[in-house]
Design a protein around this ligand. Structure first.
Ligand code: 4NP
Length: 155
């Protein structure tokens, strides 16, 4: 199973989702490949936002070594599931899909927690520290669901 997390900048939400899911997969001995990317090229080559790094560490996860990259079409072949953080990421990724098989791989991550509601993980970039903890809590719960689904063969 290969899972890609996607947001806009690949410095706040998706690297956090990557770090959380990778840690849970290790804890459950699940051989999952996890990566993340941004739909934009704004922060390519940068480590996660310092607020993301600090918040993740506070919650026991180290994302300081991750490096932002831009989503590209080859990711449709490299990954089984592409989780987008918000509706604009979803639209942008779907726009790059060249066939139905690619489109079927793209999901809104919060639909794992709140099925069919198409809710967005709020972008914490322009807000305060509390926004980062809220994002952490949402992604932590969503990743628990993903792990549970993988373990029960539902993904
Ligand atoms: P992310 O947050 O998509 O969760 O990584 C953002 C990071 C940077 C910008 C926007 C959102 N930006 O406009 O630079």
């Amino acid at each position: 199973m290969r899972i890609l997390m996607v947001c806009l900048g690949n410095i706040c939400r998706s690297p956090l989702a990557e770090g959380i899911l990778r840690k849970k997969a290790e804890e459950h001995n699940l051989p999952i490949v996890v990566d993340s990317a941004g739909t934009s090229n704004f922060h390519v080559g940068e480590n996660p936002d310092i607020r993301t790094i600090k918040n993740a560490l506070k919650n026991g996860i180290d994302v300081s070594n991750l490096v932002a990259r831009q989503f590209n079409k080859s990711d449709f072949e490299k990954f089984d599931i592409i989780y987008t953080m918000d509706s604009s990421n979803y639209t942008n990724v779907i726009a790059l899909a060249e066939n139905e098989a690619h489109k079927k791989k793209v999901r809104m991550i919060l639909n794992e927690l709140y099925p069919n509601q198409n809710l967005s993980v709020p972008d914490p970039y322009y807000g305060g520290e509390e926004g980062f903890q809220h994002v952490f809590d949402l992604l932590n719960a969503a990743c628990d669901k993903i792990i549970e689904k993988i373990k029960t063969g539902k993904i």
